[in-house]
Ligand binder design. Structure first.
Ligand code: XMP
Length: 496
């Protein structure tokens, strides 16, 4: 177990109040450090990063980024309809796959414009064409980007541009999907130099497809968080209201969802009922409960629902856009909350089993131009204090992959993006009030604010830098993995 200096015992402290003392003699390079961890009891990640379910942070694009780089994204629920949220799940599931089941299909009567519509929505152009535009009818052909890229007339019917069935090389379901043999499908794809391979059943109906671009993506992102079918994994957040959460989770499950964070700024009882319902009806889903911030809360949840809960989210009010602590006088200093909750979970492990801790909120890195205070190494500190993963909002909201546009801020003389707390009036006016349990109340007390965060460019550059930074921090202390860090970190107070 990590050593917490006596001056920190039973005290409130933030990440900025502590430091990790290197007292080994490292004899290995940064790249030897392995950040593999558990997000939930069953789900391993190669990168301990989770993107927050906030409407200025995680939709499909961010969830794809996070999963490709070994972390995981949790898609927010502040949409006007459940279906809009599920579409974001579908984007992730379709992004990179082995066999793509239920592929999007069109009919010969659809137009070139409809193919562009598919690309806008899902990000690809290759579409099998079936007689009536559903998966129930026979395959008629395929349209790919090559077939339409020079077409000016958007109303051209697909029957005029598609490669017809008789010219298509297809694979049989019995020789690929039925044997779960992705290699066989990849072999046919490569041998024939195809962009897309369609798999059909004996009635000539489309069962699945395999795309060459997916194979290349698989090779490019070795850390990616994928399921058995090589599809990226993703989670959604659902409100702590049984009726609506039930509908949301059911639809998400049908779309291939991997888990749910039952979301509330402070955990409450209805979450346990929802979690129980999920475990009984969708045993494959991972369920995260929260938020908690004390050993007492951890104990209560484990006692009442350890079998329904696969991870605990820790943090009440430490986030960059949070004002819960100022407004309601509740919550606590995040680093001490993570320590206490992780300690309690560890203490109760022999009785209730392993319970991963997610350190949610308050993670910052130095911002050269000035707005954020420099708090280097917050991620490593959270891990050293016992968290298996860190959940981040403000740090990721400035990336290209978060929702919303970047803009030039004349006061600060730099590019920024908007970041808003889900308990801000602005977010609540959309839908966010459910997280704060006040949707029916006339008087709304905001628990969050709207801020600007520095624009940070592409996440495909930024996240690898962050990963390297955390690895370097472990290497400096002589730890090759998170387990060693958590067992032997030397955590001491910094002078105020
Ligand atoms: P960071 O510091 O990474 O924090 O931006 C992200 C986390 O903040 C929480 N969150 C809120 N907390 N009022 C709060 O008190 C809010 O309006 C609010 N919105 C988000 C949430 O846990 C998130 O993961």
């Amino acid at each position: 177990m990590a050593k917490l200096h006596p001056d920190l015992q039973n005290k409130e402290f933030w990440y900025k109040d502590i430091t990790l003392i290197p007292n080994r003699l490292p004899d290995f390079e940064r790249d030897r450090v392995d950040l593999t961890t558990y997000f939930t009891k069953r789900l391993k990640l190669k990168t301990p990063f989770v993107s927050s379910p906030m409407d200025t942070v995680t939709e499909g694009e961010m969830a794809i980024l996070m999963a490709l780089l070994g972390g995981i994204g949790v898609i927010h629920y502040n949409f006007l309809t459940i279906d809009e949220q599920i579409e974001e799940v579908e984007k992730v599931k379709r992004f990179e796959a082995g066999f793509v089941f239920n592929p999007v299909v069109l009919s010969p009567q659809n137009t070139v414009k409809d193919v562009y519509g598919v690309n806008d929505k899902y990000g690809f152009f290759s579409v099998p064409i079936t007689e009536d535009g559903t998966l129930n009818s026979k395959l008629s052909g395929i349209v790919t980007h090559r077939d339409i890229r020079y077409r000016k007339d958007m109303e051209t019917k697909l029957k005029e541009v598609m490669t017809p069935r008789e010219k298509l090389i297809v694979a049989k379901k019995s020789e690929t999907v039925d044997k779960n043999d992705l290699q066989a499908a990849n072999g046919i794809l490569r041998k024939n130099n195809l962009d897309t391979l369609i798999i059909i059943d004996i009635d000539n109906r489309v069962v699945a497809l395999v795309a060459d671009s997916d194979i290349r993506k698989n090779e490019q992102f070795p850390l990616a968080t994928k399921d058995e079918n090589k599809q990226l994994r993703t989670f959604i957040a659902a409100e702590s209201r049984f009726k609506i959460a039930k509908e949301r989770i059911g639809k998400g499950y049908d779309a291939g969802l991997n888990g749910v964070i039952i979301d509330a700024s402070v955990v409450f009882k209805e979450q346990l009922e929802i979690a129980k319902y999920c475990k009984e009806n969708f045993p494959n889903l991972e369920i995260v409960l929260g938020n908690v911030d004390s050993a007492e809360m951890v104990e209560k949840i484990l006692k009442e629902g350890s079998e329904y809960c696969d991870a605990l989210r820790v943090g009440i009010g430490p986030g960059a856009a949070c004002i819960t602590q100022q407004e309601l006088g509740t919550g606590r200093a995040q680093a001490s909350a993570v320590w206490d909750c992780a300690q309690e979970a560890k203490k109760l492990e022999p009785k209730y089993g392993f319970m991963p801790i997610i350190a949610d909120g308050g993670i910052k890195i130095p911002d050269i131009i000035g707005q954020d205070v420099a708090k280097p190494g917050d991620i490593t500190k959270a891990l050293a204090l016992g968290a298996q993963t860190v959940m981040m909002g403000s740090l990721l909201a400035g990336l290209d992959e978060s929702p919303g546009e970047k803009e030039f801020d004349y006061e600060e003389n730099r590019m920024v993006k908007k970041y808003r707390g889900m308990g801000s009036i602005e977010a609540m006016e959309k839908r966010g009030a459910l997280r704060y349990g006040i949707e029916k109340m006339r008087i709304k007390i905001p628990e969050g604010k709207v801020i600007k965060v520095p624009y940070r460019g592409s996440g495909y550059d930024f996240i690898p830098e962050l990963i390297a930074g955390v690895k370097q921090s472990l290497q400096k202390q002589g730890f090759k993995n998170i387990k060693e860090l958590q067992e032997e970190a030397d955590i001491r107070p910094l002078p105020k």
